[in-house]
Structure formats: structure tokens, C-alpha cells
Design a binder for this molecule. Structure first.
Ligand code: KE4
Length: 430
């Protein structure tokens, strides 16, 4: 695989950007090679600057559920862009997207648009503290809620990938207000709530975690979490930045039948443009300025381009009543093929999957939380990743991330990937 132009660009980028990138996981640090520079993407395919073509299972880390550059989404973006890109005023598109989000997710009565998942969770946290008059939050080891200071404690995603216990620059006083529990371990939550009686404002959770690799929450665990929050007047906040509009129309909260007090969104609702949102119970959301005293603002919040790209994406999904059934059926075909290949190679790596999100962990132990995810052989993962890349399959460059299947992936893409997987496993596990 010729990567000479990517290599040159990366050398140049390192003179201007920290680590040569604008988001750490893109640096390919944990897979031991220079990152690639993508020139274009269409459907399931991404083409890099050296002309290498890949079947993509990152989908921009989740947003590209329709596949890249969907013609209707691009057409809508072009139409709206011709009328101006940002006004710093209200616009009709933001109402359209808000209505669509509410149509998909009944727990959302009021929603505020922001520009990233990080902004969504940070704002939801400030709001929860204001609504409850309490300071502390509980998060789970291995969950990632963006790079807001309070969340960079035992976080997943890039923090886990780089093996950073937490982030420098987060003050002790901030860290003191963030308590961490163990995913799927309700006793660890009870203990924290008991020890910090009436001090916990909110519990944040990825109801299906994608940032320690894919780990589903146990149904009973989530139910008990909901009950505990209700009894203790703690807000239950679902971080559905990744799972929202991905796992079902109503996201993980629809799958599990659990109603959070607030939900954070991102990714898919921007159709590939910068976006985030948070929403939920009216009585809580009305505390947000200017209707209430919790300040939160943003120059490009509700930007007409991002609103249009998100609205068009959700409209396409909304008009196809079999969208998730087909997406999940195709994903199942794919997983069966991968697992069958492993069986034939007598490799019983752990497969965690939920709908169109999956992670193969290089361990044969069950992966139910961050500690068990970390038992994976990340060096073996790195060798496998590179073999797959050489064969034209672009996976997330980290064991602690999820892969995404899009509506554009077809059996021929899965068959090519399964064949590459078989050869890669054969080579690295020999
Ligand atoms: P952003 O600020 O990156 O838009 O969203 C932060 C975020 C919040 N919550 C969840 C559950 C998330 O998965 C994310 C961001 N996801 C990572 C991928 N695991 C983004 C990729 C990156 O950091 O480059």
C-alpha cells in the first residue's frame, strides 16, 4: 500500500497541529503506523490521497449511518449553503430538526442545539447541578462523554486508547466532584450514592457504551439505575451521542424502555456537520437561558447547514419504516460471517454487538466493563488492524472503539471484509 503522500502530509501537519492531528485517536498511535489522509468518501468507500480505497467501518465515528455523501443530504446542504452559511440569528431549519428529534425520542420535550457532543454533555451537567442544587456527578469507568473537565476521569475512547489514566489540567477540585462507578455493577453505584447522600446531581451513562469498545448495559442494571435516580432525586442522563438514532429510532432508551431525565445527542443529528444537542423534561430544560438562569450559548449553535444535514438524514430514516430492521439484518449477516471465520480458525475472540455497532475484543473472556475490556491484547489488535488496512478495510484504530455498519454497506462489502478478516486473523494468530 503506497502511503507516500499521506506520510508527507503527516510530517507537515506535525509542524502545525499537536501530534499532527485535530483529535488524538486519528494519530494511529496505538496501532504503530502513520495515519492516512482521506481525500474523499462516497457510500461505504473512502479514498486516501495516495489513491488507496477502503471499505469504511468508522463512518466518521458514527454520523454516517446513511453512508458517506448521501446524494439527498449533499443536495440539501448545497441548496441551503447558496443562501448563506451562518447568520447568528434564528432560522427555520433549527425548528425542523428540533421537531424531528422530538418525533424520534419521546423523552425529549425541549431540546437545545450545540456544536458537539462535548458541549451537549457539559451543558447537561451544568443544568443538572442547577436543577438539583447539588454538585457531584457519577460516571462509569470506560465511558467517554467528550473532553469536558469533569468527564476526563477514567474515561474511554482516546483517553483509554492512549493509556492516559485521566487528563493533565483537570484540577483536583473538579475531579473531587466526579465519582466513578463500574459499568453494569449496580452495587458500585449504590455505595457511591450512600456515601455522598443528597450530593449527587446526576448519573451520566452511555446506555450502550461505544468508548471502551462496545459494551451493552445489562437491562436489569439500567432499570435499577433508573429506580435509584428516581428515589434519590438524581437526574439520569443518557449520553446517546453515539447510540441516538443509531440503535433504534429512539436510540438505546427505546431499546431498553428506560426514560432518562435528559439525553445528550450528537453525530447522526448533524449528518456529518458539527453538531450536538441536549434535551429532556420541559421543567428541567426551561432553566436554560434565556427562559431560565442556566447560561449556555454558541455562535454556530443551530447553524442552518448542520441543521439541514441532520434534518435530511433523519427525514430519510423517518421515511423508511424498515430502516433499522434492514440495517440490523445486514449487520447480523456480517457478524455471522466474522464469527464463522473465527470458528473455522478456532479463534474464540469476544464479539460484542448491538444493532449496527460492534467490537471484536482480542480476548476470549466476556467483556462487560472497562476492566474486562482492558484484558484485550492491544498489540495483537494493532497487528490485525494493520493487516486489515493493507487489505482495504478501514477499522477504528483502537481496541477501545466501536465499528459502525451503515445503510450503504451491502453483502459484497461484508464478503470482502470477511475474507480479509480470515486472512488477517490467520496471519496474526499463526
Ligand atoms: P464530540 O465532542 O467528539 O462531538 O462528542 C463527544 C462524545 C460524547 N459522548 C459519546 C458517547 C461519544 O462517543 C463522543 C465522541 N466519540 C468519539 C469516538 N469514540 C469521537 C472521536 C474522536 O474523539 O475523535
Amino acid at each position: 500500500m503506497n502511503t507516500s503522500i499521506s506520510d508527507k502530509l503527516f510530517a507537515e501537519a506535525q509542524k502545525h497541529l499537536p501530534g499532527g492531528v485535530n483529535s488524538p485517536v486519528r494519530a494511529f498511535k496505538s496501532v504503530g503506523r502513520n495515519p492516512l489522509y482521506i481525500k474523499m468518501a462516497k457510500g461505504v468507500k473512502m479514498t486516501d490521497v495516495d489513491g488507496n480505497v477502503f471499505i469504511d467501518y468508522i463512518g466518521s465515528w458514527g454520523p454516517m449511518i446513511l453512508g458517506h455523501a448521501h446524494k439527498k443530504v449533499i443536495k440539501a446542504i448545497k441548496r441551503v449553503a447558496n443562501e448563506g452559511t451562518s447568520f447568528g440569528t434564528n432560522n427555520e431549519q433549527e425548528i425542523n430538526l428540533a421537531q424531528m428529534i422530538k418525533k424520534f425520542v419521546p423523552s425529549v420535550e425541549i431540546v437545545r442545539m450545540v456544536n458537539s457532543g462535548t458541549e451537549a454533555t457539559m451543558s447537561a451537567m451544568r443544568l443538572a447541578r442547577a436543577f438539583t442544587g447539588r454538585n457531584k456527578i457519577i460516571k462509569f469507568e470506560g465511558c467517554y462523554h467528550g473532553h469536558g473537565d469533569a468527564f476526563l476521569i477514567k474515561a474511554g475512547s482516546g483517553v483509554a486508547t492512549l493509556g492516559l489514566p485521566d487528563s493533565l489540567g483537570v484540577t483536583a477540585s473538579t475531579a473531587r466532584d466526579t465519582l466513578t462507578a463500574i459499568y453494569n455493577d449496580i452495587e458500585s453505584v449504590y455505595k457511591l450514592v450512600e456515601k455522598n447522600k443528597d450530593e449527587v446531581a446526576a448519573i451520566f451513562i452511555e446506555p450502550v457504551a461505544g468508548n471502551m469498545g462496545l459494551v451493552k448495559s445489562d437491562k436489569d442494571f439500567l432499570k435499577k439505575l433508573r429506580e435509584l435516580c428516581t428515589i434519590e432525586n438524581i437526574l439520569l442522563i443518557f449520553d446517546e451521542v453515539m447510540t441516538g438514532f443509531r440503535l433504534a429510532r429512539g436510540g438505546a432508551q427505546e431499546l431498553y424502555g428506560i426514560k432518562p431525565d435528559l439525553t445528550a445527542f450528537g453525530k447522526i443529528i448533524g449528518g456529518g456537520l458539527p453538531v450536538g444537542a441536549y434535551g429532556g423534561r420541559r421543567e428541567i430544560m426551561e432553566m436554560i437561558a434565556p427562559s431560565g438562569a442556566v447560561y449556555q450559548a454558541g455562535t454556530l449553535s443551530g447553524n442552518p447547514l448542520a441543521m439541514t444535514a441532520g434534518y435530511e438524514t433523519l427525514k430519510i430514516i423517518d421515511e423508511d419504516k424498515n430502516f433499522y430492521k434492514n440495517l440490523n439484518k445486514n449487520s447480523e449477516y456480517f457478524y455471522e460471517g466474522l464469527r464463522d471465520a473465527n470458528k473455522k480458525l478456532s479463534q474464540d475472540f469476544t464479539f460484542n454487538r448491538c444493532g449496527s455497532m460492534f467490537t471484536m475484543f482480542f480476548t476470549n473472556e466476556k467483556v462487560t466493563d472497562f476492566a474486562t475490556a482492558k484484558k484485550s491484547d492491544t498489540k495483537l489488535f494493532a497487528r490485525y488492524f494493520n493487516r486489515m488496512l493493507e487489505k482495504g478495510i478501514y477499522l477504528p484504530p483502537s481496541q477501545f472503539e466501536a465499528c459502525f455498519v451503515s445503510a450503504a454497506h451491502a453483502e459484497k462489502d461484508f464478503d470482502k471484509t470477511i475474507a480479509a478478516h480470515r486472512a488477517a486473523i490467520n496471519a496474526v494468530c499463526r
